[in-house]
Design a binder for this molecule. Structure first.
Ligand SMILES: Nc1ncnc2c1ncn2[C@@H]1O[C@H](COP(=O)(O)OP(=O)(O)OP(=O)(O)O)[C@@H](O)[C@H]1O
Length: 749
């Protein structure tokens, strides 16, 4: 798509540095900068400069990534863009992602109050206008010493399209920047706070619904005490109509209330689910963190939290405070009889509170068993081949049966307890009714009470205690919810790769110089040291091989250098900056890590290659596959890039998976590459071809390669040998290899 852009040329238009009295004319020549990727890059730099002006330090590379994502499907749906061009709307969207408020505006007049803003010229070019003084605009120009050029308004105006992208620092960002972080809001309960308006409306609805609920009791009392003695048919119908109307209104209110509660419940759920996924994905891969099966079942248990906080539970809880209104009403009709109801109410819920601990204990052990069962199931399904070929069926069956028994016994214990609590509440409710009637009858005998009052109190007793019967059931289920929330707490509170409370160093580009100082690492805090390197320096652009026996620590060292693990003590510096200080986004962008075991995900091959979703140029994806040696196979494949990768990453051979790892790395184009046994699964022909391609590709990149393979050593100039996590040898490749050969020959004699 060769769109020839007639650009407003800032170099010709600016006056700073130009001979005095000579006013340069804007150039109208077509610029060479017409290629979409290059233009996108230039726009990302402008947007980064603009964000910087507003006090937000966002590297252009970050903005470019977000821009490419915005130009993708989601944004095309919003802006209707059918090509890959970065539109002002995309830039505004990206600035919003960076935490600002941003919008595209159409203006008729250029005035100082509008700047700083990105102005779109008639050619489509974007210009960052920093400010305006009378008839002069100050335009961002990185070629000027002070990065700004002065452009006369009359030179600018004819080429200005009238469209500007205006961003402002959002209040949230200002708070983050200036207010001390005091927020200790709970991740789950905090989400309820955002819905407080809806809950206030629910409370008002509940209030009126409960008032209306009294109508049937009042109706009965009037009928028994007034209508029947006077045989007044018309009063009966008026009262009946009134009571009926109240019932219909009550239903309408309750329906509206449950609609509101459903809506807020959904919003809370979406917020919490999204936060949970964020935390799960952002978790540090620290050794000692919760096992995958623990995390998996904790996430699954969220369903019990969701089921608990449905409209019916919230409705029950919303009705509880109105019990007091009913009690007041009973007191006004029946005087001291209210104490019977009050006692009944307390007796109904007391066991539920006392049994909470026991319920939580049972629930935790049930969850423990079901977590282990889920893990076993996962292994039995995903590792079915190993289980059956290694004759592991009996072991799996035995453990499954043990866990099923344990889980069945514990669940039945918990069900029994829950039913007992509900039956108890129902019995006490009926008992309270009996007691109220007996008490009331004595009062009738004493002439203090009418028959209508007994009937009304009977009805009010049921209404008063009904929410408490449901509360007993709710308390029985609370144990499940509490255990689930505790499990999820561990996920939310786990250390994050990118901690919210701290600021990181942003690095636009990483050269790739590593320096290790007193580095120690232990997988198990009480165990032996797995890596112990006093000092090591790898200059930028050097290619280093790490050799060592199995278990000597090669993979662990690479993970440490990739920032996957943090050192137990000591420091790893990259370009002189502690790895922990660098922004994780910059680290991930510039440091490529190819692990020993390349994992694929269900989806298409295209999805698997392009996990960042940033690459939409099909030809580049094929170039990456060509580099990794998979191009010919996939070009000939009927489904090509749409090849389906099945659940568990099936669909490609082990060697092909390793090639996908290479293709991903090629697409990432990092300045530092950390390779763990990168050719171990490749055939010798592909290995040789890849090594020759790598020789060119690795130029200018720092490469640290753990390997047992000889061909890949030819790419390196320096060799390190690890022994039990310690650096045993460090020297030029040829000298180390010669030494090794000599030592081997010596040992063979
Ligand atoms: N996740 C883990 N938890 C606990 N210990 C681990 C873990 N991974 C590795 N180790 C231990 O750390 C040591 C170094 O392992 P590492 O995988 O780094 O070795 P390696 O040199 O890469 O081996 P190989 O050549 O077999 O790939 C080993 O003793 C291993 O038992």
């Amino acid at each position: 798509m060769a769109d020839r852009v007639i650009a407003f040329d800032i170099n010709a238009a600016r006056v700073s540095g130009a001979a005095e009295g000579v006013r340069p004319k804007p150039a109208l020549a077509p610029t060479a900068d017409t290629k979409t990727p290059r233009r996108a890059k230039a726009r990302s730099e402008l947007a980064a400069a603009y964000a910087g002006l507003l006090g937000a330090q966002v590297p252009a590379a970050d903005i470019l990534e977000q821009m490419l994502l915005a130009v993708g499907e989601a944004s095309a749906a919003v802006t209707g863009a059918s090509n890959d061009e970065v539109q002002p709307e995309h830039i505004a969207a990206v600035l919003r992602v960076a935490g600002m408020t941003a919008a595209v505006e159409q203006i008729d007049r250029l005035s100082p109050g509008q700047w700083p803003a990105l102005a779109q010229m008639t050619s489509g070019q974007l210009v960052l206008v920093i400010g305006q003084e009378h008839d002069t605009l100050f335009v961002y120009d990185k070629t000027c010493p002070d990065q700004r050029a002065e452009v006369p308004l009359e030179d600018f105006a004819p080429f200005f399209s009238g469209k500007i992208i205006r961003a402002r620092t959002s209040l949230k960002q200002l708070e983050q920047r200036h207010a001390p972080t005091t927020s200790t809001e709970h991740w789950f309960w905090g989400a309820f706070k955002a819905q407080r308006r809806a809950f206030a409306e629910v409370a008002v609805g509940s209030f009126f619904a409960n008032i209306l609920a009294v109508s049937v009791a009042m109706f009965s009392m009037q009928v028994y005490d007034r209508v029947i003695p006077h045989k007044s048919e018309s009063t009966l119908w008026v009262l009946a109509l009134g009571a009926m109307l109240a019932l219909v209104l009550e239903m309408a209110l309750k329906l509206a209330r449950s609609g509101l509660m459903d809506l807020s419940g959904r919003k809370i759920e979406l917020t919490v689910q999204s936060l949970l996924m964020d935390r799960l994905l952002g978790m540090k891969a620290a050794p000692g963190r919760r096992s995958p099966s623990q995390l998996f079942s904790a996430m699954r248990e969220f369903s019990s939290v969701r089921e608990f906080f449905t409209a019916s539970t919230i409705g029950t809880l919303a009705d509880i405070p109105f019990i007091f209104i009913f009690l007041l009403l009973v007191a006004s009709i029946g005087g001291n009889l209210v104490w019977v109801l009050a006692l009944g109410a307390v007796l109904m819920v007391l066991p539920g509170f006392f049994m909470q601990r026991k319920m939580i204990e049972i629930t935790k052990s049930t969850q423990g068993a079901s977590m282990r069962a889920a893990k076993l199931l996962h292994e039995a399904i995903y590792e079915h081949e190993t289980v059956s070929t290694q004759r592991g069926n009996d072991r799996f069956k035995r453990i499954w049966e043990e866990l099923s028994t344990l889980s069945a016994v514990k669940s039945s214990e918990s069900r029994k307890l829950a039913s007992a609590l509900t039956y108890w509440a129902q019995m006490v409710q009926q008992g309270t009714y009996l007691a109220a009637v007996v008490f009331g009858t004595y009062m009738v005998f004493a002439g203090e009470f009418t028959v209508g009052a007994i009937i009304a109190i009977g009805i009010l007793t049921s209404r008063t205690l009904a929410p408490l019967t449901q509360l007993a059931g709710t308390l029985a289920r609370w144990a499940n919810v509490k255990a689930a929330l505790d499990g999820l707490d561990a996920i939310v509170c786990a250390d994050q790769v990118q901690a919210e409370s701290r600021s990181y160093l942003r690095a636009e580009a990483i050269e790739g110089e590593f320096e290790l100082r007193g580095l120690e690492f232990k997988y198990d805090a009480d165990g032996a040291t797995n890596i112990d390197i006093a000092s090591l320096r790898v200059p930028a652009g050097q290619r280093v091989a790490i050799l060592g026996a199995n278990g000597s620590g090669k993979s662990t060292l690479l993970r440490l250098l990739a920032g996957v693990y943090e050192p137990s003590s000591g420091r790893i510096l990259l370009d002189g900056v502690d790895l922990g200080q660098l922004h994780p986004r910059d680290l991930r962008r510039s440091v490529g890590y190819l692990s020993q075991d390349v994992r694929l995900f269900s989806g298409t091959l295209r999805d698997n290659l392009n996990l960042t979703q940033l690459e939409r140029d099909e030809e580049r994806l094929y170039q990456a596959l060509d580099f990794a040696g998979l191009g010919p196979f996939l070009r000939a494949h009927p489904r090509g890039l749409d090849l389906e990768i099945r659940d568990g990453g099936e669909g490609l051979s082990v060697g092909q998976r390793q090639s996908i790892g290479w293709a991903r790395l090629w697409l990432q184009d990092p300045s530092v590459v950390l390779l763990d046994e990168p050719t171990a699964s490749l055939d010798t022909t592909l290995e040789t071809t890849l090594v020759s391609r790598l020789d060119t590709w690795l130029t200018g990149r720092t490469a640290i390669i753990a390997t047992h393979r000889v061909p890949i050593l030819s790419l390196t100039t320096r060799t390190l040998i690890l022994q039990n996590g310690r650096m045993a040898v460090d020297g030029p490749r040829d000298a180390v290899l010669a030494h090794l050969t000599k030592a081997k020959a010596g040992a063979g004699q």
